[in-house]
Design a protein around this ligand. Structure first.
Ligand code: ADP
Ligand code: X2W
Length: 247
């Protein structure tokens, strides 16, 4: 079982995405795949067009209730459906979902972050998701979740992917806009573990969204006791490229 997380910026690389969907189509009969995607860039672009200010706290968007129709529209609407279209073109059978239909539980975070949500234990998936995977559909899951009161919540997509990978004991790959985690000379790093990650954070080399991603990757690697990959869009997720995060 493969979980592939796509950052929103990979939509700027349609050729790379086409190659990725082609690989998934070739592999789909051998091993099921699930895609989880973000779209932070697309939300930022929409806010800029509407003259709304983007506020982030430790890499997480402060998601005010009145802004949620825009955020949900971009993530679960536009970005989700753009990816669906690309998958259909590669003869895949995609199904667009939010985190709710996958069965992953989500609850609201600190009130200062508005309608920002976090994945909570137990990390479990729904029968519906398992049936879709068995029937060789490709679930394309946005990082919009719902709490038990039916409130929609904005979950960081790396966290959502980590939660689904844990629930499915899956092999997790983060596909981002950079080919790998880069060192202070901007060179790709082949492998990282908790000690080397700590050094990169201390030296200020690992920052922002990539720091959050590496922390989620390490968390999943340790939880499942298997390597997690961070790579760029043109990487073949079956082969070695990008950065491997070791448990
Ligand atoms: N050491 C690093 N290696 C690679 N990227 C880094 C590093 N430190 C910070 N970054 C930044 O993190 C970005 C990727 O994180 P993010 O924008 O959250 O990705 P995504 O949208 O794929 O989740 C890169 O574009 C880069 O600007
Ligand atoms: C709470 C929070 O920060 N949610 C993220 C969800 C999208 C995301 O994570 O997108 P990328 O994977 O493309 O960065 C946001 O609104 O930007």
């Amino acid at each position: 079982m493969n979980v592939i997380k796509l950052g929103g910026r990979v939509l700027d690389d349609p050729q790379g995405l086409t190659t990725l969907f082609q690989h998934i189509a070739q592999q789909q009969n051998l091993e099921p795949t699930l895609i989880v995607h973000g779209g932070g860039q697309q939300v930022d672009d929409l806010f800029a067009k509407l003259n709304l200010s983007v506020v982030k706290y430790h890499g997480l968007r402060v998601s005010m209730a009145e802004q949620m129709p825009l955020i949900v529209g971009a993530l679960a609407g536009t970005v989700n459906k753009q990816l669906l279209g690309m998958a259909i073109k590669q003869t895949l059978k995609p199904v667009g979902l939010t985190l709710f239909e996958t069965g992953l539980r989500v609850q609201q975070g600190q009130p200062e972050l508005g309608m920002t949500g976090h994945c909570i234990e137990p990390f479990e998936v729904s029968e519906l998701l398992l049936t879709l995977l068995e029937q060789k559909h490709l679930p394309i899951v946005s990082c919009v979740g719902f709490d038990s009161r039916g409130q929609w919540l904005n979950v960081n997509a790396d966290e959502a992917a980590a939660g689904l990978a844990k629930a499915l004991s899956a092999t997790l790959t983060f596909v981002s806009d950079v080919p790998a985690v880069l060192d202070d000379q901007q060179q790709p790093i082949a492998q990282l573990d908790s000690d080397s990650i700590e050094q990169l954070i201390q030296s200020g080399t690992l920052m922002g969204g990539m720091r959050l991603k590496v922390e989620q990757a390490l968390n999943v690697a340790q939880f499942l006791q298997k390597q997690v990959r961070i790579c760029g869009c043109s990487c073949d997720t079956r082969h070695h490229s990008g950065t491997l995060i070791n448990p």
